[in-house]
Design a binder for this molecule. Structure first.
Ligand code: NAD
Ligand code: MG
Length: 417
């Protein structure tokens, strides 16, 4: 879909202006789904910028197909290799490198919309750059909201940026909020938010086996195909803990107004309970192209490629209370949310380090909450939440988590028989 031509309307007037889109993290799971949706609407959108970390082959292929103005890679060697391949193929895409390259893709004049889909705290600075530039920002990068949601909201107010949630639950909640609702504000009619989750791959696994589960088992999510970090988060339910904090940031509610409900079919993506007793829900097949298409077209609707929901085929919808013994990460996230200040950033940073150590085979699955609990106890909370204070506590938490992991790695792996 390179250089699509706008269709003229039936009256001979030019069609609506084509909106430029930058995708931060285009080589990942959300990035690929976003390109799939955009390719269905060449008359409405064009790809202005794509970014990746190290995956040259995939980013080159995306440049070949979508012909963006800019392609940026965090890794400078990968960027040089991409530049070579772009030159050889005779493409006009300009290649940029490093964090500055990512942020440039986020603020590009020809981009009206920025998909923030880098995984982890690594996505914070480019997301913030897009918000400061007043873009429509499609927020998939939940970690940046957990770390510094209030800063993103303040900056959006200042610049006029439109923040639209992509996380399926938060997109569902946004769809259930009153017309005209603006993320970051409170609505007095909302009593509670019900955040649904599938329960992940270990919902019914005997507790005694959890210490020995492998990264591949943890990443085999029963309903969603996602990147490996969020897949592990979905197995520990830290994903739901992060999402609880994300919901507080986005919808102006207190942590005790967010209730987590396990719903194994993943058909109801979340619900909003109002003071008059009404409960509104958003339903659909579990496919991220629905929230992506919703936020791209908002306030319109457009085709996403997702199959229509067939309730009769699904037959039943079940709900369960999460088991605190099985999912200790939920308690840790709730405590961090209640404490406030830099605690959510510490929780997030320690979790990133622990998940990466688990994926790399250095620690077991049940060590993940132990690492996080240790870091939360080690790093004193700062009530001030300026960006530099948040980043300093993020770094302290990573260091505390790494030291604890090094200590754990010196002992024989628990449960790995
Ligand atoms: P992924 O691992 O599939 O992709 C991550 C992307 O970020 C890739 O393009 C990668 O190149 C890039 N990246 C990784 N490290 C980077 C770094 N240090 N600097 C710059 N770029 C880097 O992840 P994903 O599943 O697509 O998730 C992306 C974000 O969306 C996460 O924050 C996740 O929590 C959120 N999210 C994902 C889903 C889903 O279904 N996959 C659903 C809801 C929310
Ligand atoms: Mg989610």
């Amino acid at each position: 879909m390179s250089s699509p031509i706008p269709r003229a309307s039936a009256l001979g007037r030019p069609g609506p202006r084509i909106r430029g889109v930058s995708i931060l993290g285009s080589t990942g799971s959300i990035g690929v789904s976003t390109l799939d949706v955009l390719a269905r609407h060449p008359e409405r959108f064009r790809v202005a910028a794509l970014t990746g970390n190290t995956q040259v082959a995939r980013l080159f292929e995306q440049c070949r197909l979508y012909n963006p103005d800019i392609a940026a890679m965090l890794d400078t060697r990968a960027a040089a290799e991409l530049q070579n391949r772009i030159n050889q193929a005779g493409l006009s895409t300009q290649v940029l490198a490093g964090e500055a390259g990512l942020s440039h893709a986020a603020v590009l004049a020809q981009s009206d919309i920025v998909m923030a889909a880098i995984v982890g705290a690594a996505g914070l600075m480019s997301t913030l750059a897009a918000v400061r530039a007043g873009k429509r920002v499609l927020l998939a990068n939940k970690e940046s909201l957990v770390m510094s949601g209030h800063i993103l909201m303040q900056e959006a107010n200042r610049s006029g940026a439109e923040l639209l949630p992509i996380d399926s639950e938060h997109n569902a909640i946004f769809q259930c909020m009153p017309a005209g609702y603006r993320p970051g504000t409170s609505d007095r009619g909302v009593r509670k938010i019900l955040l649904t989750c599938s329960g992940g791959p270990f919902r019914t696994t005997p507790l005694s086996l959890l210490a020995g589960v492998t990264p591949d088992q943890a990443c085999a999510h029963p309903r969603w195909v996602m990147g490996r970090k969020i897949s592990v988060d979905s197995a520990t339910l830290m994903n739901k803990g992060l999402e609880m904090i994300e919901a507080c940031r986005l919808f102006g509610v207190a942590p005790d107004q967010v209730e987590i409900v396990i719903h194994p079919q993943s058909v109801i993506h979340s619900l909003v309970a109002y003071t008059d007793g009404s409960v509104l829900a958003q339903l659909g097949n579990p496919d991220m192209r629905t929230p992506i298409a919703h936020a791209l077209a908002w306030p319109d609707r457009m085709e996403s490629g997702v199959d229509p929901l067939d309730l009769l085929e699904i037959g039943r919808l079940d709900f369960e209370r999460p088991d605190p013994e099985r999912f200790p990460c939920l308690r840790l996230a709730a405590e961090a949310a209640m404490a406030g200040g830099t605690k959510p950033a510490v929780l997030n940073a320690a979790n990133e380090v622990a998940v990466s150590a688990f994926l790399g085979g250095a620690i077991g699955f049940t060590d993940i909450p132990r690492v996080i609990e240790h870091a939360l106890a080690q790093v004193a909370m700062h009530p001030e939440t300026e960006l530099d204070v948040i980043l300093a506590d993020d770094a302290r938490a990573r260091e505390a988590a790494r030291r604890f992991i090094a200590m754990l790695s010196d002992r024989p792996m628990r449960g790995a028989q």
